[in-house]
Design a protein around this ligand. Structure first.
Ligand code: NAP
Ligand code: MG
Length: 401
């Protein structure tokens, strides 16, 4: 069979530890036998980030702006322990943070739904995708402890020196106070990324805040979403047969629990932090969550939602067998290949990526899975495979499809 050709390169960001091992296996077993892989390779492994003073991360983000689509392996975010382990020159920043800041993107996280791995919420039949605004609010807040009686105010000093004041509280005793902010630009980018991704995946978009209580702050989020929707997306949504739906956050939470899934839920920063952990654990496994960074300019970076699976890597280094789930990393590749194919009008590439996704799902539904899934499956007799044999089983299924 002739291999599928690619006209434009995909930006490939290699990573660390166990996921780096899986990365190579996935390429060898599931990609290069079928595709003439055309990638521009960036090694974001911690050693190489350290050697290049993290320039490689910046270069990989710039390449994503050039080509439009990237696929990323999980990477170590250095902490004190990693400083000694890797003899680092500096505690380099999280690559995801650097890339997100450069692309100004929003992260969408979606579970891969398979029969036999059932969500805790029994009416959830389709994936729920969480979009988290990743700027500001409580994550960039300034706080004060108020020791005793006194007046606390918000003061805005314009460039010309004029002051606007708002009383926060007349304290009669001790208390606490917090100042939060956000930027209209950032909220607009967030809104556009959400509308674009909804169109891309043909799913309804839900957005919720507490605008009845927060009449200026949260209401600004609501207004910006609505203005951009009315001006730029209303017609496109109608054509695509999808809906934009705004409600209060408490109403949204109640509706989510009773829904069957199949939509994107856009969340403010804090709501997204909390709700993405709730939704992902309710869907079963971190190893089955995908993640894509979508920039308002239409750049895409695909990855797995989990980390480098350090504990498994140390077992691997000791020569022990591992059973690490590669599905989310495979879906990072298929997501990126599909998007590359769509942008280039390369139907063969799109179809191959879809077939590979089906092969992953069928392999698990046929009872062949890694240990993390075997522990939670409703299948009474799963076959537990090691990391390598699981990928080989997917190849087998792929050959038979
Ligand atoms: P992790 O790599 O997500 O793993 C945490 C635990 O979850 C694992 O020990 C394992 O549980 C389970 N797990 C996660 N993915 C799995 C998979 N594919 N198959 C089977 N089990 C899986 O998180 P971590 O150990 O806290 O972090 C390790 C490193 O990853 C850190 O250096 C962190 O900075 C980095 N990280 C990177 C990203 C990213 O690049 N996007 C995201 C998060 C973390 P058991 O041990 O019980 O089997
Ligand atoms: Mg969290």
């Amino acid at each position: 069979m002739e291999k599928i050709k690619m006209t434009t390169p995909l930006v490939e960001m290699d990573g660390d530890e166990m996921t780096r091992i899986l990365w190579q296996m996935i390429k060898d077993e599931l990609l290069t036998p079928y595709i003439e892989l055309n990638t521009e390779y960036y090694d974001l492994g911690l050693e190489h980030r350290n050697e290049t003073n993290d320039q490689v991360t910046v270069d990989s983000a710039n390449a994503t702006k050039k080509y439009g689509v990237a696929v990323k392996c999980a990477t170590i975010t250095p902490n004190a322990a990693r400083m000694t382990e890797y003899n680092l020159k500096e505690m380099w920043k999280s690559p995801n943070g650097t890339i997100r800041a450069m692309l100004d993107g929003t992260v969408f996280r979606a579970p891969i739904v398979v029969k036999g791995i059932e969500p805790c919420v029994k009416n959830w039949k389709k994936p729920i995708t969480i979009a988290r605004h990743a700027y500001g609010d409580v994550y960039k807040a300034t706080e004060m402890k108020i020791p005793g009686a006194g007046k606390c105010e918000l003061v805005y000093t314009a460039e010309d020196g004029t002051e606007t004041r708002e009383l926060i509280h007349n304290f009669t005793g001790a208390g606490v106070v917090q100042g939060q902010h956000n930027l209209c630009n950032s909220i607009e980018s967030f809104a556009k990324s959400c509308f674009n991704y909804a169109l891309d995946t043909k799913q309804d978009l839900w957005f919720a805040t507490k605008d009845t209580i927060s009449k200026k702050y949260d209401h600004t989020f609501k207004d910006i979403f609505q203005e951009i929707f009315d001006a730029e997306y209303k017609d496109k949504f109608e054509k695509a047969g999808i809906e934009y739906f705004y409600t209060l956050i408490d109403d949204a939470v109640a509706r989510v629990m009773k829904s069957e899934g199949g939509y994107i839920w856009a969340c403010k920063n804090y709501d997204g932090d909390v709700m993405s952990d709730m939704v992902s654990s309710a869907f079963g496994s971190l190893a089955m969550m995908t993640s894509v960074l979508v920039s308002p300019d239409g750049y895409y970076e695909y990855e797995a939602a989990h980390g480098t699976v350090q504990r498994h890597y140390y077992k691997h280094l000791k020569g022990e067998e591992t059973s690490t789930n590669s599905v989310a990393t495979i879906f990072a590749w298929t997501g990126a290949l599909k998007k590359r194919g769509e942008l280039d009008g390369n139907q063969d590439l799109v179809e191959f990526a879809e077939k590979l996704e089906k092969a992953c799902i069928k392999t698990i539904e046929d009872g062949k899975m890694t240990k993390d899934l075997a522990l939670i499956t409703t299948n009474p007799n799963p076959t537990v495979l090691n990391s390598e044999n699981f990928i080989k089983a997917i190849r087998q299924t792929l050959e038979e499809l």
